[in-house]
Design a protein around this ligand. Structure first.
Ligand code: UDX
Ligand code: UDX
Ligand code: ADP
Length: 484
């Protein structure tokens, strides 16, 4: 191809770009990796001990490579000029206005990357989309690049590759270290080969899948849609379990033992969150509709609708159990992040749960080991949700959140929540003391023994069950008496 392959530049120093490039730097000491971002504050934090994102194991890798072959900078121009392999790892949120509002991906950041590269590229380059993008985005980038190239009259080549990232937050470093697969889509085999050789430094070649651009782009959306669909599927069953006396954990175990189905991603929860699932499905739905595939779009839309329904029913259950009102009641919320081991609150189910509780008048006291209150407030704002700050309080400890509370609501599955002294919490709470486990992670029998009224997901309450049986028995005996 006639390009230099010893330097890599990544535009976008976020949840994807940061960990991915840090891993490449660690595994490929012979390469220089430059990460550039227009956000000055973010870059200065990447250059400090206080990294802008929390990810287990990330700090160590950054420390080992930073200043050696890993550099963080706001100089996008220089990054683009000096590297011939450029990753685009910018955010692609859902559009908040205009055509496709609330569904289509907002591609202005990725487009701006295309324009930036067109502006500063001095030689031929490989441009790799890392961000999740709707199918055919590569074509749009290619057009921006070639139109600008033609206008400038210079002769440069741009090879566009799609290389979607499958890492999950909280386990990003392990996922990057040992990926199930690396996916590379493109038209030019030589350009694909350059990227394959980079990953082959630590990923077995049989796990590096090469395909065409569109299959690669679509696979990322579909993988996320399938994962989210499993969560919505098991969540829909959790409610059926509550009605019938089945236990959703037992159902998951039995269903997941089928090797065709597999045991992962079958945990019923208060709902899925995160920056990807909802966004990617809405995007998939929008693309289906664009091609006139109404039924197909409706099928996937149901996964998001079920997720919204799950959050609402979970919260309604809380309000109902607390004698139909939470007005002026203190509620301890354990966890605000969308999953454990991350401080990320994008699309977290906690948003809607807290909003509903506050709308009913509750004073919500949140404890999360990693989330910053500013980020939580920002996320409310992003969703146009009003927060009265006297109703939304961040506690510095779980104990403080429980003091005088009517209920504990578990929204994130942080490991430390399992280790607490719930006897101590119980003694400080109002009675009856309720506990709603939105992650089905605590020892419910033990909590009941302490005195909590525990509401698990996908399992009828033991007390209710007794009551129910009692009722059936009495009804039965009355019936038989009538016949004799
Ligand atoms: C199914 C279940 O697999 C089995 O566990 C249960 O006990 C009975 O129901 P069966 O209906 O015999 O078994 O066959 P299966 O292999 O599951 O296929 C069912 C249908 O799905 C077939 O028409 C098959 O062609 C179709 N199928 C299966 C697909 O179209 N695509 C696939 O990837 C898999
Ligand atoms: C996801 C994909 O897993 C990853 O491959 C892709 O690159 C980005 O999107 P992420 O959103 O970081 O990763 O986390 P993930 O572990 O997938 O969890 C997403 C949400 O689903 C979380 O809110 C999680 O709590 C929830 N979830 C997951 C469940 O409720 N139940 C489960 O069984 C699994
Ligand atoms: P993701 O989860 O996909 O990594 P983030 O929002 O965490 O998304 O990170 C994306 C980063 O990309 C942000 O830090 C943002 O400032 C940066 N970014 C977006 N557009 C550009 C651009 N044109 N040039 C440089 N950086 C950009």
């Amino acid at each position: 191809l006639g390009i230099r392959t010893n330097r890599i530049c990544c535009i976008g120093a976020g949840y994807v770009g940061g960990p991915t490039m840090a891993t490449i730097a660690l595994k490929c000491p012979h390469l220089q990796v430059d990460i550039v971002d227009m956000n000055e504050e973010r870059i200065s934090r990447w250059n400090s001990d206080d990294l802008p994102i929390y990810e287990p194991g990330l700090g160590e890798v950054v420390k080992a490579c930073r200043g050696k072959n890993l550099f963080f900078s706001t100089d996008v121009k220089k990054g683009v000029e000096e590297a011939d392999i450029i990753f685009a790892s910018v955010n692609t949120p859902t559009k908040t206005q205009g055509v496709g509002k609330g569904r289509a991906a907002d591609l202005r950041f990725i487009e701006s990357v295309g324009r930036t590269i067109a502006q500063f590229a001095n030689r031929s380059k490989i441009v790799i989309e890392k961000s999740t993008v709707p199918i055919k985005t590569a074509e749009a980038i290619a057009r921006v690049l070639s139109a600008n190239e033609a206008a400038s009259g210079s002769r440069k080549n741009f090879w566009i590759l799609s290389n979607p990232e499958f890492l999950a937050e909280g386990t990003a470093m392990a996922d990057l270290d040992q990926p199930d697969r690396v996916l590379i889509g493109g038209q030019d085999q030589d350009a694909i080969g350059v990227l394959v050789d980079i990953y082959a430094n630590w990923v077995p070649r049989e796990r590096i899948l090469c395909t065409n651009l569109w299959s690669s782009e679509l696979s990322k959306l579909v993988a996320n849609a399938f994962l989210a669909q499993r969560v919505s599927s098991i969540n829909s069953i959790s409610r059926l379990c509550e009605r019938t006396g089945a236990d959703v954990k037992e159902v998951s175990r039995a269903v997941g033992a089928d090797t065709r189905i597999g045991p992962k991603f079958l945990n019923a929860s208060v709902g899925f969150g995160g920056s990807c699932f909802q966004k990617d499905i809405l995007n998939l739905v929008y693309i289906c509709q664009q091609f006139g595939l109404e039924e197909e779009g409706a099928y996937w839309q149901q996964v998001v609708d079920m997720n919204d329904h799950q959050k609402v029913t979970f919260t309604s259950k809380i309000i109902q159990a607390l004698f139909n009102t939470v007005t002026k009641k203190k509620i301890a919320v354990f966890g605000f992040a969308f999953k454990k081991d991350t401080g990320d609150v994008r699309e977290t189910p906690a948003l809607l749960v807290c909003d509903m509780l506050m709308k009913d008048g509750a004073i919500v006291h949140v404890y999360d080991p990693k989330v910053a209150i500013e980020d939580a407030l920002q996320e409310f704002k992003y969703h146009d949700l009003e927060v009265n700050q006297s109703q939304f309080i961040f506690s510095t400890s779980a104990e403080e959140a429980c003091d005088g509370a009517h209920a504990i609501v578990v929204l994130t599955e942080w490991d430390e929540f399992k280790k607490y002294d719930y006897q101590k919490f119980y003694s400080k709470m109002m009675k009856p003391a309720f506990l709603f486990d939105g992650r089905n992670m605590l020892d419910h029998a033990g909590l009941e023994k302490i005195g909590f009224e525990v509401h698990a997901l996908g399992k009828a309450r033991v007390a209710t069950e007794h009551h129910h049986q009692d009722f059936v028995m009495r009804a039965g005996s009355r019936g038989s008496a009538g016949y004799s």
